[in-house]
Ligand binder design. Sequence first.
Ligand code: GCB
Length: 594
Amino acid sequence: MLRPQDSATRERRSLDGLWAFRLDPGGAGRAAGWWRGPLPEPREMPVPASYNDIVPDIAVRDHVGDAWYQTVFRVPARWHGERVVLRFDAATHRAAVWVGDTLVAEHEGGYTPFEADVTRHLAYGAENRVTVVVGNELTWSSIPPGYVEDTPAGRRQQYFHDFFNYAGLHRSVWLYTTPPAHIADITVVTGLDGATGTVRYAVASEGAPGHGVRVTLRDAEGAVVAAGEGAEGLLTVPDVHPWAPGDGYLYDLEATLVAPGGEVADTYHQSVGVRTVEVRGTRFLINGEPFHFRGFGKHEDSAVRGKGHDDALMVHDFELMEWIGANSFRTSHYPYAEEVLDYADRHGVVVIDETAAVGLNLGLAGGIMGGAKLPTFSAETIGEGARQAHLQAIRELVARDKNHPSVVLWSIANEPESHTPEARAYFEPLFAETRKLDPSRPVGFVNVMLAPAGECLVSELADVVMINRYYGWYVSPGDLAAAEAALEAELRAWAEGQGKPIIVTEYGADTLAGLHSAVDMPWTEDYQVRLLEMHHRVFDRVDAVVGEHIWNFADFATRPGFFRVDGNKKGVFTRDRRPKAAAFAVRRRWRPDA
Ligand code: GCB
């Protein structure tokens, strides 16, 4: 799915800003048809943002159910005759959208975009009303899963992942035009053969019978380096400047749809980074060179806006990652805003791109949360409904992110149950589907400590081993000597058992900024430093380890709980992005010359 852009033939307009808003815990709005007129008794709500922390009211923060958004805008008269599309970059976790009285879109899944052709539903040169109902309930059939519990105090959302269930319109809303005959999709797959680059492209169009396609590839200075005719083809780029970690060199592919009479019907500009990705033995190769992942699991999370995208925070996070010497991150535990991937493309930052499939593990949830033990995969819990939603989440992720050179690896789930035959059966078709959709990138999932080397039945399906381990924290807290021995033994077992590259996608310790101790004491800044240093010593001894992603880049919000002090504190930075002592220690490892 192409992002809205301004081009010679297209125009876009942001609908971000303050919308009318109203919570609807009882579901009255659907029965009363709130889209048919102004929302009753609204308050104002910023878009994009999570609504949860905007209002100092626990009923807003912990709301379960529908939330209504509405705005009114004028459409320029000159847009008449164009195709006009209404696009939501994300609505968490599901939405229905009306333009005036007409239902134009419904979407499930909180972190991928959706859109509707609203050409016939708009009044041109006049005022139009858009109403959106956003649902935040997590069920046994949603990704991520959860369930709503009826308690004497009201409905309560339960879920199995360790970050707050923020909801709302988290990303931008756009109205954009295309000509009626338009480019609908572009796919590029790049290759390298010595100094020559290749760009295999496919341009899909709609409403354009008899039209032709022309493509022009320009370098960063704007010089034409290759050109082609036809909806599909292969371009070669002599003396190519590859995209590489730390060198986000991008070409511009201009696709032009040409009407039978020869006039330009539509144009779209697609950035292209020419690079290859390959897993060979225990190495992860980018452009044929071994790559070592240094960085973090992150979250889209900050005070007040929750998961709302914010360019200032995004750029600040990337600047801090550069300062500390990170070359990569994982979009734990959901697809991030497209602005983030565009930035990573431009700056040569490597991305492991993850679906929102987190918490598919009731063994873990039961263990940590003390709840009743239910089977993870069953007809009553995570079953066919969830698997269909998961497949759809993978399809939408690949459709959205396939052209980003920064994305080198798909992660189709975080810490699912993976040691049972049911898990294996659940995951086999998901791996197959991901590979079918994108044969050009490796595929993996993130393994949990409950399914160690030798017991995991799913890792075999993956191209790389990704593991989250908490030696020195959940296992042997305060005892770094025991933790070091256990970590090394497990990494060696993975290396011998799988013969694949290993990325340690999480390791870390909760740390309260300002707390210190001379001896190893969990929660202190000194302990976080020593725990990370211990891990790094071990990683350096195990050849198959090709990646270290600390959990987490920054402290983040979770639901309340006795083992979380105002959220998860495993950040190397605080939630407001101040460095803890560990930030300086990690920087010394990752940027020894700085
Ligand atoms: C994990 C999860 C992550 C949690 C982390 C923790 O394994 O993947 O979402 O936040 O552990 O701190 O417990």
